[in-house]
Design a protein around this ligand. Sequence first.
Ligand code: PNS
Length: 163
Amino acid sequence: MKRAIFPGSFDPLTKGHLDIIERSVPLFDEMVIAVVNNPDKDPMFTPEERCRMIAEVLVSTDTGECRMAVESFQGLLVDYAKQKGATAIVRGIRAVSDYDYEVRMALMNRRLEPEIETVFLMAAEEYSYVSSRLLKQVFTLGGRVDGLVPELVEKKMREKTGQ
Ligand code: PNS
């Protein structure tokens, strides 16, 4: 049983994240989407709201259930991954600019927990410039984000900001 963790802030979930999730499905038997609960950041959505949104977006049309586990976690990612019995951490790489930060995190995680491997996947080119941070900025300044986030997420962003 190959279980992987896809961790992130997901504030909010973008189509780039979804693209990575879909690319991960054939590679692992099970995926856990892990939403970091980091009180230091000033998020648009609470971890619970982010988990709910992701679970709704990932609902299977066949079963009406979410297709994978979606949870929030606090503390070290490798501790959480170990507790879940995961052997891999999935991270998406968009451009060269992501590389430096991602490699440092992967190597630190390897030092902390050598048995957990970080697997990098590339999102589709059309999402290579999409980040939650940029989307929130554009959206709060009145710009369009349709096509870059799932429709449900855009609706929740409107509700949250009163737009
Ligand atoms: O979507 P993000 O914000 O790029 O995700 C970053 C995340 C959640 C993967 C990273 O901040 C993380 O792993 N946080 C948990 C705390 C931890 O383990 N820190 C050490 C990482 S080397």
